[in-house]
Design a protein around this ligand. Structure first.
Ligand code: FE
Ligand code: FE
Ligand code: ZN
Length: 299
């Protein structure tokens, strides 16, 4: 079964209900959100009544809670412990974020493993392990998904070896998984045209059952560019058919696929139209115009 959606906003007033309604408006049966602004760590209290209401709407729309993903803010860095206050803040914050997931009943939280900054990569990787072991509790029901990174700057988790190294160091292995990101894979040097070879390699080293979410993005940059700039589906260097081969790969069936592609003209969300193309398995050469016209008519 195809579970497809996008990242959506999360607002203080409407909370999970707002995120869900946005997702449904795109025709999604999966979605991802940040529990607040992705670039800061200010978070509002979760209103349980709103969560209950959201769960009812989800049920009525056959949207399964296991296909709802939280993304941790990308500014927390577990890899760098040169400033002990910051390092401690990172794992205290992520622990609270996991608690929010538990409160909402969310099963998966995507995390960027971190950046080494001035440290050696091995030291930084060990810091991530230390941080994760600090955060994870035996009774947790939420799984942390390490995202495959593009290799921008000093990012970690940019290949199978680094992800495997982190996972091997985590004590509660049942609470750790992986989120693939097609733009990041491309930018890190993995050719999406040979995606099955990558999956073979992943399966041999980590195990394919660790993959619990896939971010579907085209890329603005060439293979191995280490840039990380997402492009709309079919309009980047990866292209429509290779992305379809990931989305419909039988080995990743039932795993939620999440679009994180850019808004058109920074204003119009592309997801309704990208999801339509994906469901139809046919590229829409008028994608931009269709999106712009659709939202202009509704203004
Ligand atoms: Fe991410
Ligand atoms: Fe991503
Ligand atoms: Zn990215």
């Amino acid at each position: 079964m195809l579970y497809i959606g996008s990242h959506v906003s999360y607002k203080k007033d409407s909370q999970l209900i707002g995120s869900l309604e946005e997702a449904l408006s795109y025709g999604s049966n999966a979605f991802m959100f940040y529990t607040g602004a992705p670039q800061n760590t200010l978070r509002d209290k979760i209103d349980d009544m709103k969560t209950i209401k959201a769960l009812q709407i989800m049920k009525a729309n056959d949207l399964l809670l296991e296909n709802v993903i939280v993304h941790a803010p990308y500014i927390v860095n577990l890899a760098n412990n040169t400033d002990p206050t910051k390092f401690e803040f990172a794992y205290t914050f992520l622990r609270q974020e996991l608690d929010r997931c538990e409160t909402l009943g969310i099963k998966y939280m995507v995390l960027h493993p971190g950046s080494a900054v001035g440290q050696d990569r091995d030291v930084a990787l060990n810091n991530i392990i230390k941080g994760l072991n600090n955060i994870l509790l035996k009774e947790d029901t939420t799984t942390i998904l390490l995202e495959t990174m593009a290799g921008k700057g000093t990012e970690l988790g940019i290949n199978i070896d680094e992800l495997k190294y982190i996972i091997d160091g985590v004590e509660y292995k049942d609470k750790i998984g992986v989120c693939l990101d097609t733009c990041h894979l491309n930018d890190s040097g993995i050719d999406i045209n040979n995606f099955d070879e990558y999956l073979d390699e992943f399966d041999k080293n980590i195990g394919i059952d660790r993959i619990k979410c896939v971010h579907i993005n085209d890329s603005k940059n060439v293979l191995g560019s280490h840039k990380d700039r997402h492009e709309n589906i079919g309009l980047g260097t990866i292209g429509f058919d290779p992305l379809l081969s990931v989305i419909y790969n039988p080995r990743l069936d039932n795993i939620p696929k999440i679009l994180e592609t850019p808004y058109v003209d920074k204003e119009y969300p592309p997801y309704k139209f990208e999801i339509e193309m994906i469901r139809n398995k046919s590229f829409n050469p008028n994608l931009y115009n269709d999106i712009i016209n659709y939202y202009k008519e509704r203004k």
